[in-house]
Structure formats: structure tokens, C-alpha cells
Design a protein around this ligand. Structure first.
Ligand code: F6P
Length: 345
């Protein structure tokens, strides 16, 4: 078969591992031919491709980023965009397209499926909030990076008797914040799922400083909000083509409130894109490889319009449309674990 592959949306460590697995299994096991579209859907619109061979996908398993590059190109906002994509798939005589991306990328794939395209999806989001799958590759790497940062922040916070607020990624769901916060032993963890109760945050910090320790670590997801604000903290007003603002700054807002209300010297650190960069963990390489292998199997089973997912420890597949229907938010169970480790204030 002739198969296309693209990577869309924000990058994640593990994208190259998915590409490598699909291409290697496709060529070695099924005798497929592959082309890669450059920069997500933009490459399909412009018919900008690169050959994907055993050679071009060798030595990339451990590399962050994506050899296909990526972009947030919303084909549906471009007049005639979907039809142009269909023409490109036809011009390249493709039997199938593997779309590696989150809800925006898969939303476009779904629109093309409705027009007859043979797409198979691989779920990707650093925020780990796609419904239908228990995990997305890249998340484990992001949590490892953020947890190491929180470990490091402990010693500098302690040396200065400071509160340090660490802002991590998580637009609509606080998976990175809750997981990093628990793994890194943060004193307070704030997620988009619950409005920030700044009074409670200050009580927790004060309790800690009055009962032994003279420093505290707060982990906050970029998408968390104070109840008084109807909008998330952003850097500028620009929106991307899917209507997403550039989130940034809630860590500084929380830090200023803590310092004002408690009198403790407070700093904020925004980990930003460091969480998405560099080499994937072994867990993410394995998950990404399993996803890539399963995706090319689905292509050969002609199970188009499906998304490979992890359920428990098993790789399964679900209708692609189901995954983009809603955000998978942080479980009450994890929130309760975090709460259970805090004093009652
Ligand atoms: O959607 C994933 C994500 O990493 C969010 O956590 C973050 O808000 C956003 O992407 C950053 O996007 P960009 O790479 O466009 O700055």
C-alpha cells in the first residue's frame, strides 16, 4: 500500500518513534511505500512531502521534535481546504493517511474521513487530555522534566526561605500539574478543573511555614484560573487558527497574590516549552512504538476512521470522532491523593 504520514499541532517527545515504527513495520512486514507530509496539514495543502524510507527513519527513535516538522494549520478555515487535501492524497496515489495529532489535527482528519479519505489516527498531546485513551506519548517525558525541575526548585526555595510557584503546561486539564505535583512533593497543586481558592492556598503555605518548614512549592497548570477572572492568563491577545490563546502567566499572578497575602518572599518559574523538548523517556518510546505499529496494522485491516488508543495496558482502537468529542480531565482520585497529603486548614 502507499501510505502518507503527518504530525500536526504542538510537538511531543515520541513523534519520531511513531513515524519510525509505522514505516519500519510497513516496509519490512507489509511491503508498503511511505511519504511524509511536512508541517502537518500545511504539507497536505501544499503537497510538500519527503520520502519516508528505512534510511530516513533510522536513528530517530530517541530524538525529540519530529522529522516531518509540525504546524497548527486549520484546513477547515481555508476556503476549499478540505478538497485541496483530498486532491493531494489522490495525486500521491495514497491508499491511507496516518494522522499523528491531538483533537485539532484529528478534527481535520475526521472532516476528511466524512469526505471519503482513509485516515487512521494516533493520539498526541503533551497535556494528556484526549478522551478515549489512558495515555498519550510525550506526557511521561514532560512529567519527568517538570518533576526534575520541582526537585531542583526545592533546594533553592529552601536556601532562601521562599515560596516558588512553578507553572507547567495544561490548557484545559491539569494532568501534568497533578502528576508532577504529587511526584515532586509540591505543597499546593492547582489545576484548570478547579477554580483557584487563593485564600486556601495562602492558608496551606502559612500552615507549613508556621509548623516547621520555611519554604513551599506550588505547582500550577497554565490553564488554571482565579474565580474572579473569566479568562485564563495569556501572553498577548493572539489566537492560533484553532482559536487557542497563548497561555502564560498564571504562575506569576499566584506568586504575587501569595506574597501580598502572606508576606513571604515568592518567585514564579514558567517551565514552558522545555517540557516538550528533548529525548523521550523509555515509557514514551515504547508507547509511541506500539502506537505506530498498531496504526499501520489498522491501515492493512482497512479500519479507517479509527484511532489507536491505550486502555489499561492494551493497545486498542476507537472511532476517531469519539476522541475529539471531549476533554479528558484529571481524575478525582488523583486530586484526592494530593488533598490527602495536605493538612486540614
Ligand atoms: O496543547 C498542548 C500545549 O503544549 C499546551 O499545553 C500549550 O498551551 C500549548 O500547546 C502551547 O502551544 P504552542 O506550541 O503553540 O506555544
Amino acid at each position: 500500500m502507499r501510505v502518507g504520514i503527518l504530525t500536526g499541532g504542538g510537538d511531543c517527545p515520541g513523534l519520531n518513534a511513531v513515524i519510525r515504527a509505522a514505516v519500519h513495520k510497513g516496509i519490512l512486514h507489509y511491503g508498503d511505500e511511505f511519504i511524509g507530509f511536512m508541517e502537518g496539514w500545511r504539507g497536505v495543502l501544499d503537497n510538500n512531502t519527503m520520502p519516508l524510507t528505512l534510511e530516513s527513519t533510522s536513528g530517530i527513535l530517541h530524538l525529540g521534535g519530529t522529522i516531518l516538522r509540525t504546524s497548527r494549520t486549520n484546513v477547515r478555515k481555508i476556503e476549499g481546504g478540505l478538497d485541496k487535501c483530498l486532491e493531494t492524497l489522490k495525486a500521491n496515489k495514497l491508499d491511507a493517511l496516518i494522522t499523528i495529532g491531538g483533537d485539532d489535527t484529528q478534527g481535520v482528519a475526521n472532516a476528511l474521513i466524512e469526505k471519503g479519505a482513509n485516515c487512521v489516527g494516533v493520539p498526541k498531546t503533551i497535556d494528556n487530555d484526549l478522551s478515549g485513551t489512558d495515555a498519550c506519548f510525550g506526557f511521561d517525558t514532560a512529567v519527568s522534566i517538570a518533576t526534575e525541575a520541582v526537585d531542583r526548585l526545592h533546594s533553592t526555595a529552601e536556601a532562601h526561605n521562599r515560596v516558588i510557584v512553578c507553572e507547567v503546561m495544561g490548557r484545559d486539564a491539569g494532568w501534568i500539574a497533578i502528576t508532577t505535583g504529587i511526584a515532586g512533593g509540591a505543597d499546593v497543586i492547582l489545576v484548570p478543573e478547579k477554580p483557584i481558592d487563593i485564600e486556601e492556598v495562602c492558608k496551606l503555605v502559612k500552615h507549613r511555614h508556621e509548623h516547621g518548614k520555611k519554604f513551599s512549592i506550588v505547582v500550577v497548570a497554565e490553564g488554571a484560573k482565579l474565580p474572579a477572572s473569566d479568562k485564563q492568563a495569556t501572553h498577548g491577545d493572539k489566537l492560533d487558527s484553532f482559536g487557542h490563546a497563548r497561555l502564560s502567566g498564571i504562575g506569576q499572578v499566584v506568586a504575587e497574590e501569595i506574597e501580598k497575602r502572606t508576606g513571604y518572599e515568592t518567585r514564579s518559574v514558567n517551565l514552558g516549552h522545555t517540557q516538550r523538548g528533548g529525548t523521550p523517556t523509555a515509557f514514551d518510546r515504547l508507547l509511541a512504538t506500539r502506537y505506530g505499529s498498531a496504526a499501520i496494522d489498522l491501515v492493512h485491516q482497512k479500519k479507517f476512521g479509527r484511532l489507536v488508543v491505550l486502555r489499561g495496558t492494551e493497545i486498542q482502537d476507537i472511532p476517531l470522532a469519539d476522541a475529539i468529542a471531549k476533554t479528558r480531565t484529571v481524575s478525582e482520585d488523583l486530586l484526592n491523593v494530593a488533598k490527602g497529603l495536605q493538612p486540614k486548614v
